[in-house]
Write a protein that binds this ligand. Structure first.
Ligand SMILES: Nc1ncnc2c1ncn2[C@@H]1O[C@H](COP(=O)(O)OP(=O)(O)OP(=O)(O)O)[C@@H](O)[C@H]1O
Length: 252
């Protein structure tokens, strides 16, 4: 059984069918990238999966449970987290405090057995571990607002990890990052592979093709192909609909 199984998912804005009878399966432990032209419906799909945008129809089975109609917090509690394109950082608080707040939101009641000081210490320890995972432990005591754009993205990732997700939905994590920052984020994503199931929407094709176990191609609200990076690169439907020019240039 797939960790995430989407059947017949739909969302329309007036006459515009943004996701249109969309089927997709994501296997446990894989990094599954979703690519497609601008306006294909990628961000809408992520918003539907996270519960931010209500769906018109379809079924979303996650870890054996139906998620359709469930609010965002219920999906997060079930192990489905979303990061990026959502401003979740409190700029006046330190990086550590930002992550500690997310850890507490998840485990709140388990810390009530500690004294206030010991509880805070335990929380900070877990939060520091998350910051270490994403490579910004040395920024723990910096105000989040003072971090670089790339570091903020790493912090957002640490906040998402603090909810202990089984599945992490990443919506354009590399958008607006510079070369070195992007490289660092790619390595963080690579380090999460196998441990957390990842659904990645990203325009940076080098990153997608180097990271993904499987890629699905979304065009006009439908998945037209799913396969390994090599399969997808050579799929004539994908070349025609989307990658045509890029792959033709590569071959030239
Ligand atoms: N709230 C909304 N109301 C009306 N139309 C919307 C809304 N949200 C998205 N759309 C439209 O749905 C279509 C798909 O948008 P979406 O942002 O999901 O595409 P995308 O594949 O993520 O695009 P991009 O790669 O440019 O980010 C677009 O035509 C967009 O204008």
């Amino acid at each position: 059984m797939s960790l995430l199984d989407i059947r017949g998912l739909r969302k329309a804005y007036g006459a515009l069918k943004v996701t249109d009878d969309l089927d997709l399966s994501v296997e446990e432990g894989e990094l599954h990238a979703i690519i497609g032209p601008n306006g294909a419906g990628k961000s809408t799909l992520i918003a539907q999966l996270s519960g931010q945008t209500p769906s018109d129809a379809g079924a979303v089975r996650f870890n054996g449970a139906e998620m359709m109609g469930k609010p965002m917090h219920a999906r997060v509690r079930a192990g489905m987290s979303r990061s990026f394109q959502i401003t979740s950082i409190l700029p006046g608080f330190t990086a550590l405090e930002n992550v500690a707040a997310a850890v507490q939101a998840r485990q709140g009641s388990s810390f009530r057995f500690f004294s206030p000081v010991a509880g805070e210490h335990a929380l900070n320890e877990v939060a520091l571990e998350m910051l270490t995972r994403v490579g910004i432990a040395e920024r723990a005591f910096f105000r989040a607002g003072s971090l670089s754009h790339g570091e903020k993205r790493q912090l957002e990732l640490a906040i998402a990890l603090a909810t202990a997700p089984k599945l992490l939905l990443l919506d354009e994590p590399l958008a607006g990052t510079s070369g070195q920052e992007a490289d660092r984020l790619v390595e963080v994503m690579r380090s999460l592979k196998g441990e957390i199931t990842l659904v990645l929407i990203e325009h940076d094709m080098d990153a997608v093709f180097s990271l993904a176990d499987r890629i699905s191609v979304l065009v006009y609200g439908r998945i037209i192909a799913t396969g390994t990076p090599d399969n997808v690169r050579s799929d004539p439907r994908v070349r025609a609909a989307y990658l045509g020019e890029e792959t033709a240039e590569e071959g030239a």
